[in-house]
Ligand binder design. Structure first.
Ligand SMILES: [Cu+2]
Length: 466
């Protein structure tokens, strides 16, 4: 409805409502006379249509195509996203494994990162020896749902779309013609696409009294150290099979962050450094302690104090996520490209919903990001950030020769876990180092290592005593 029509409609509606309510000072003739202009305008519209040569659906450019031809040649930046659908056996807490379904032998699948307006060229391949078909529904696209349908083992499928809207968007397997979609997604076939705003992220403004009692506004550059956190749930039988009955009854057996329960908590190396004893745990739950667990050994997330940190968060499962960081306030919450809140304690994400959290850790310390649902915390949704050097390790690290001079975060010595680090975007601060960590098969872990991540299980034993 254009402005002129809208105005006429409003006048007519107000008149009718007023007449009905107050019964009335308007006569029927008067009400009708309010809309006398409309037929005249209709005539103008009909003339305009005739002048155009008739009505036609005018679209500036197709949003999506299955053959990609026009979009690939549109002059836009084209980003290829190649994924394979594969069933694999992956570990769960307690030394067991479960029958996972994955994109690229990792849970969650690889993160796609593009800039608003880019063309995404998605190719899904199902290997010959895969036991079932899979599809890929990318929420960043706006195309007919039929394109997301499954393909069979031995087949490959490509579609293209323009990432029109900025934000974080889930992608997930659509099952076999939608059948078993719950099983495939909740067994690991999910991931995210981060679509950076065309004009970049905004500066962060933090307003508080900063201990002085006087209101203080600080502005931080848009560039930030970034992490991704994807929440999901596992519904499993004791044998590690998907339990549909448990899903329908809402009885999850595990809450995962980037595929693992308690994947970002201290490990025996931290125990040794801080407690002087590998077996003396710092944290209440450390199920992935041993360095022998290689890519599955739990790792911590390291940030600098006073640094702009940006978190891309997605709820991949069914239950709401009540995202909270113990000891911190979420300085800004954004969904899509719109700020939703500032200086908030907790933000709620429904199923398949996302947000971007911007914040600054001011004080050195240990901060636990949780899903503030107690059932979720106790089944795996606790993620530990370490800001600055709260344990005073800098002098010891320098003395041992691990680092040359004091560092602003332990990431300079140990790196941040690869599965929590998204691909670089236009406002990303590069992580000082990245270590191999995640729910990866050994083959996938080897690829992550080849791309530059540090295998701490090989490096740590070679370090001098600290
Ligand atoms: Cu699937």
């Amino acid at each position: 409805m254009n402005k002129r029509y809208s105005m006429l409609f409003t006048i007519a509606a107000v008149a009718i409502v007023s007449a009905t309510l107050f019964g009335s000072t308007y006569t029927q003739t008067q009400i009708s006379s309010q809309s006398i202009g409309a037929p005249q305008t209709d005539t103008d519209l009909m003339q305009q249509i005739r002048d155009m040569g008739g009505l036609q659906l005018v679209m500036p450019q197709a949003f999506a195509e299955t053959d990609c031809g026009a979009l690939e040649d549109s002059g836009r930046n084209v980003v290829e996203f190649n994924v394979t659908g594969e069933s694999v056996e992956l570990p769960i807490m307690g030394g067991k494994t479960y029958h996972a379904m994955s994109f690229n032998q990792q849970v969650p699948g690889p993160t796609l990162r593009v800039t608003q307006g880019d063309v995404v060229k998605m190719t899904l391949t199902i290997p010959n020896n895969e036991v079932t078909g899979h599809g890929n529904d990318m929420h960043a696209s706006q195309m007919s749902a039929g394109n997301f349908d499954s393909i069979n083992p031995g087949q490959s499928k490509t579609y293209c779309y323009i990432a029109e809207s900025a934000g974080v968007f889930k992608y997930h397997c659509s099952g076999v013609h939608l059948i078993g979609m719950d099983q495939h997604v909740l067994s690991g076939m999910h991931g995210i696409a981060i679509v950076d705003p065309a004009n970049g992220y905004k500066k962060l403004m933090v307003e508080k009294t900063s201990g002085s009692g006087v209101l203080d506004k600080k502005f931080y550059d848009a560039d930030a150290l970034e992490f991704q956190l994807q929440y999901s749930q596992l519904f499993l039988t004791p044998e590690g099979n998907y339990d549909a009955q448990a899903m329908f009854e809402g009885r999850h057996t595990a809450t995962t962050v980037n595929g693992m329960q308690f994947g970002y908590v201290p490990n025996e190396v931290h125990n040794t450094l801080i407690q002087g004893d590998a077996k003396k745990n710092i944290f209440v739950a450390q199920p992935w302690n041993s360095i022998d667990l290689k890519q599955y050994q739990s790792q911590l997330l390291y940030v600098e104090t006073g640094q702009h940190v940006r978190l891309f968060i997605e709820n991949q499962a069914n239950e709401p996520v009540y995202f909270h960081i113990v000891g911190e306030i979420l300085d800004r919450v954004t969904q899509g490209n719109r700020v939703q809140s500032g200086a908030t304690e907790t933000w709620l994400l429904g199923g398949s919903q996302n947000m971007i959290v911007d914040l600054v850790f001011d004080e050195p310390g240990v901060y636990a990001a949780v899903d503030h649902d107690y059932a979720a915390i106790y089944t795996g949704a606790a993620t530990v950030f370490v800001a600055g050097d709260p344990f005073g390790l800098n002098p010891r690290l320098v003395d041992a020769g691990v680092i040359q001079s004091p560092v602003p975060s332990y990431a300079y010595a140990l790196g941040n876990p690869s599965d929590a680090v998204p691909p670089m975007g236009q406002n990303s601060i590069k992580h000082p180092a990245v270590n191999v960590h995640g729910l990866y098969t050994d083959d996938r872990a080897a690829e992550i290592e080849a791309a530059g991540a540090i295998p701490l299980w090989e490096v740590v034993p070679t370090l001098p005593p600290i």
